[in-house]
Ligand binder design. Structure first.
Ligand code: TYM
Length: 334
């Protein structure tokens, strides 16, 4: 039997190159060898809605994000693509798993502490339980592989702990999910310091126009020691150089040497990066425009995904309820 892959992402709308390099490229590749399930986690998004209000509505964000996934190569014939709240069994499993998860495990998670700092007036119950819902997402489908960026590793560690505790109390039921990283597990944003993220406005959208992409890249921070064109640079501290390693791997040595000797200026270096990103994304952008022109297509994909995901979810939930003693193990014939 093929292994099963699950991953989720919050409906932040159009995806950025950090999402792609850190996660989506693996979602696409894994389709060749595994049964894959990918989910837009709209319920998770509600935990931070007050602190980071969305520019557009949830439904529009889901639509834009699914277009990106499909254009990037997620194939609804091979993978299940769905929206978290459309398979409500996950909320039931979340409640059941919350009974085996000590509160101390959750309040210690670094992402919880950071979010609590960001929204001190709304440290809601859902925020504390965020990793429990994430565990429910994964184990509801008995996934063993979870492609994610590095920032999600603490959540995966906790998921394994919850699974182990469930097994100790009720017997073996789920695989222990393992994270799968790409060669770019943490992509920094245009500020060169923070993780690329939509909320920090330091991102480059996959679906941006070539001109917008160029403008964004030109605004990127480089080596602060290079104040004048003639200053020699330090590529190892420069995020533009790091981005070249993904979009221009064959020219990396040359670019590094030219930066160190001040043979190339930061603007030229950024122009070259923008050209490479635009070239790489051209087929993606064409596919995206074609898909966007098909009325109702995204809705069909997510309705079909919910039907297929729901069948698996119901089976797992029944097994969990039996193990926890909520329903009898024998099915009583009527
Ligand atoms: P989210 O929505 O923040 O991000 C989606 C995926 O993109 C990766 N990512 C990055 N990777 C590298 N560099 C970056 N700058 C970057 N920004 C984002 C993330 O690591 C992630 O893989 N909690 C999750 C969603 C989730 C989930 C799940 C994931 C809910 N349930 C179950 C896996 C399994 C999140 O907020 O991802």
């Amino acid at each position: 039997m093929k292994g099963r892959v699950f991953s989720g992402a919050r409906p932040t709308g159009r995806q950025h190159i950090g999402n792609y390099l850190g996660a989506i490229q693996n979602y696409v590749k894994l389709q060749d060898d595994y049964d894959c399930i990918y989910c837009i986690v709209d319920i998770h998004a509600l935990t931070t809605l007050e602190a980071t209000p969305m520019k557009s509505g949830l439904q529009e964000n889901i639509h834009e994000m699914m277009l990106d996934w499909l254009a990037a190569g997620l194939d609804p014939q091979r993978s299940i693509l769905f929206v978290q709240s459309h398979v409500p069994q996950v909320m039931e499993l979340h409640t059941l798993l919350s009974m085996v998860t000590p509160l101390g495990w959750l309040t210690r998670v670094a992402t919880f502490k950071e979010k609590a700092r960001m929204q001190p007036d709304n440290i809601n119950y859902g925020l504390v339980g965020y990793p429990v819902l994430m565990t429910a997402d994964i184990v509801l489908y008995k996934a063993n592989i979870v492609p994610v960026g590095e920032d999600q590793l603490p959540h995966l560690e906790l998921a394994r702990e919850i699974v182990r505790r469930f097994h100790y109390l009720f017997g073996p039921t789920f695989p222990e999910p393992q994270a799968k990283l790409t060669n770019a597990p943490l992509v920094l944003g245009l500020d060169g310091v923070n993780k690329m993220s939509k909320s920090l406005n330091n991102d480059i959208e996959l679906a941006a126009s070539p001109e917008d992409t160029r403008e964004r890249v030109i605004s990127a921070f480089t080596d602060p020691a290079r104040r004048y064109r003639s200053d020699p640079g330090h590529p190892e501290v420069c995020n533009v150089y790091r981005l070249h390693s993904f979009y221009n791997p064959e020219r990396l040595g040359e670019l590094g040497a030219e930066c160190r000797s001040a043979g190339i200026g930061c603007v030229e270096c950024k122009e070259a990066l923008a050209r490479s990103i635009n070239k790489e994304l051209e087929p993606f952008r064409e596919r995206r425009a074609e898909l966007a022109a098909r009325p109702g297509y995204v809705k069909e994909v997510i309705a079909d995904g919910a039907r297929r995901a729901s069948a698996i979810a119901t089976e797992t939930l029944t097994e969990v309820k039996q193990k926890m003693g909520l329903i009898s193990r024998q099915v009583i014939p009527d």
